[in-house]
Structure formats: C-alpha cells, structure tokens
Design a protein around this ligand. Structure first.
Ligand SMILES: Cc1ncc(COP(=O)(O)O)c(C=O)c1O
Length: 395
C-alpha cells in the first residue's frame, strides 16, 4: 500500500449514473441490487445474500425470521455498537448481556453458557473492531441448546476464523455499509445465510411481507399474470420496508468489487500502529488468536490500570503529537439509559446495573480506538509516528 486511493472512485460514479439513466424502471429484482447480492453471497461463501437499508434492520429481520419474539431472550455482548442489543428489542425480545473475553474483547462463550435459560432463543456474537469471536465454541453451545446464531459482522469484512470467512459460520450473518465501514454506500446492510427457508422469510420481512419474493436475488416465485389478478393476495406475512435503495446498491457493488483493496489499507494502518505499540508495557492491543485474521475496522489498545495518567491525558497528548481525536470504546450497552430500563413489550422487564459484566466494565473505559481508514498511506504513517512519540512521552 503506497498510493493514495479514492474512497469513492470512477466505478462507483459510473454505476450510480447507470441507475439514474435507468430512471428507476428496474425496481424489484434490481439493476444493481441483484448483482450486489450475488457477488456478496459468493464473496462470503454463502448461498444467499439479502440487501437492506442498514445493518440494524438486517438483525431485526433475521431475528424475526428465526422466530424470535415476545418474552424470548437473545444473548449479546455489552461491548458493541448499540444496534446489536436494539435488534433484540426491535424483535420484542429481551437482550441478555454476556461478558467479554479479557484478551480478545469478543463475547466469552463461558459467559454465554452461564446466561442460557429456557427462554433463550438466539445469540448474536459480534466481530468487534474486525475480529471474529470464538465461533466453534459458540456454534457448539447453540447446537446443544437449539439456539439461533446471528453473527454481527458490521465491523468485519474479509476477516477469517480458522480458515473460514467471517460471515459464513453462524446460521445468518449481518453486515453494515454505514459510512465508517470497510465498504460503504452511505447507509446499507446485508444478511448472508445458507438456509433457503430462512432467506425467504428474511426477504419477505424486508419487503412488506410480499408473498412473491423468493430466497435468491431477484427471483420472484409468482408470475406477473398472477400478481396482476385483482384477487391476488400480496402480503403473506407482516413485514417492514427495509429494502436497500438502488442508488446505494450501485455504490455498494462498486465497493464490493474492490473490497480487498479497501480492507488491505486498514490492515496496513493497523500494522503500523502495532509496530508503534510493540514493546510498550502498559498498552495492550486486542489479542488476535492463532488461526484468526483480523480485518481491523479500527485498531484498539488497552491502557493498563497501573499507569499514573488518564485516558484523557493520553488522548490529548496524542492529538498534540499529531494524532487524530481517538474514539473511546462506546459505553457498555447495559449501562446506557436506553437499555437499563427499556421496554417495547409488557414481557420485557429490564433493570441492568453495574456489576453485570465485570470484565467488560473493567476493560471498556481504558480502550483507545485508533482510526485505520486513511486513504493516503503517508497519513497513516504520520499517525503511527504520533502514537510512537506519545508512548515515548509517557515512558
Ligand atoms: C457492531 C455493529 N453492529 C451494528 C451496526 C449497525 O449498523 P448500521 O449503522 O448500518 O445500522 C454497527 C455500525 O454502525 C456496528 O458497528
């Protein structure tokens, strides 16, 4: 990686132009959505891919399609972007927070096991910052307790877990194309799955419950003649309109066609940060176990509790040294006001408090998220040098 690349290039523009030129006449089936879904399914080693407006609607639809409903429990990690737990609430279920592993910061299968009750229906493991959770252990638990596993891979594109691409292991997987993600269409999302019946239910949920939709991209199950019949019954089930707009699909398709390049630039930036952090006794990066390939949505490191300076001192000094404003890891979901007492349904009673996830509570306030999406490699180098100077300053 030694050249500046354009985040939005010629091909993205050309595909958008094609959609505009089509005057939106190619609606269902989709000029861009269909090839996007087909290439996405192929890339992520899955039989089906279904495009969505965002990577939250994806999870709502997948949970609903898997039969998760009122009173059911969905196990999620607390260290994630809030959409993971919101999706459980959107499906009228109850998010149950399992703790994280102290080294990888992904959901800990031992804690998941301790959270399982007769009401548990699903688990949403999150590939936080671009690193897969321990999927073998999670799938084994799920098989034993008959649970639905929905991967939340919003932050993980072309990551690998023991030789398998992340997004092909759970019963379904969710991706986001929101503007900070490896590939983007401004907003957007995708579900992958190998289960044809589930794919059909997901697509129906995302398309107002239309009876005509099938599992595969652009494949309707009913003839035009039937659909035109005045007595035709269109809506087989209750659904939302969560479909991805064609203009977004145009951008997403062009991004997917050069996804490796977009991922590689993040990995290259992460490697520079890793060199800067190497040997520092009080800054520990997210641990990547053997057999995992991290896709580095961000590069995240933990400040040891023994140091005599604060998270804010570090951030301020890094900025002074030429670094960017660092993001903290987001507040743990169970401590957010929205989740502490949330209720979408009479059977949802929640009263979360500190102490529920002790590992996450100890780790989260000390995490630093460094940006990896520098499209000019010289800028990535400057930021890594700023990090090295900051580390040297604190000693
Ligand atoms: C882990 C995680 N899950 C879900 C989402 C939600 O995706 P979206 O913003 O597309 O709804 C995001 C990011 O936005 C995320 O980082």
């Amino acid at each position: 990686m030694n050249q500046t690349i354009q985040r939005i290039g010629e091909r993205e523009r050309a595909y958008v132009q094609q959609v505009l030129d089509s005057q939106f006449r190619s609606s269902a089936g989709g000029l861009m959505t269909k090839p996007l879904e087909q290439l996405f399914a192929e890339t992520f080693d899955s039989r089906f891919a279904i495009a969505f407006v965002n990577g939250t609607a994806t999870m709502h639809a997948a949970l609903a399609a898997a039969g998760v409903g009122p009173g059911d429990e969905v196990i999620v990690p607390p260290l994630t972007m809030a959409s993971t737990a919101f999706a459980a609430l959107h499906a009228n279920a109850i998010p149950v927070f399992a703790d994280i592993d102290p080294h990888t910061w992904t959901i800990d299968p031992r804690s998941i096991a301790a959270c399982i009750t007769p009401r548990t229906k699903a688990i949403i493991p999150v590939s936080i910052y671009g690193l897969s959770p321990d999927m073998d252990a999670i799938m084994e638990l799920a098989a034993r307790h008959n649970l639905f596993v929905l991967e939340d891979d919003a932050e993980c594109f072309l990551g690998y877990y023991k030789g398998r691409i992340v997004g092909s292991i759970g019963h379904a997987s969710s991706f986001s194309f929101q503007s900070t993600k490896h590939m983007t269409s401004g907003e957007g999302g995708m579900i992958t799955t190998n289960d044809e019946e589930l794919a059909e239910r997901i697509r129906r949920f995302n398309s107002l419950g239309y009876a005509a939709v099938g599992a595969a991209a652009g494949k309707g199950k009913i003839t035009r003649e039937t659909i035109q019949d005045p007595l035709y019954e269109r809506h087989a089930s209750i659904g939302f309109n969560y479909r991805m707009p064609e203009l977004c699909a145009a951008v997403a398709l062009a991004q997917l066609e050069r996804l490796q390049e977009l991922v590689d630039l993040r990995i290259a930036a992460a490697q520079l940060y890793a060199q800067a952090v190497a040997g520092c006794g009080w800054l520990t990066p997210q641990a990547t176990p053997d057999g995992y390939i991290h896709s580095y949505w961000t590069y995240v490191a933990h400040i040891a509790p023994e140091v005599d300076f604060s998270w804010y001192d570090f951030r301020n000094k890094y900025k002074e040294m030429g670094g960017d404003g660092i993001y903290a890891a987001w507040q743990l979901n169970h401590l957010e006001p929205a989740f502490r007492r949330a209720s979408f349904h009479p059977e949802q009673t929640q009263n979360f408090d500190r102490g529920l996830c002790p590992v996450a509570e100890a780790v989260q306030p000390r995490l630093l998220q460094f940006k990896t999406n520098y499209f000019d490699p010289a800028v990535a180098e400057q930021k890594a040098e700023a990090l090295a100077r900051t580390i040297a300053y604190f000693g």
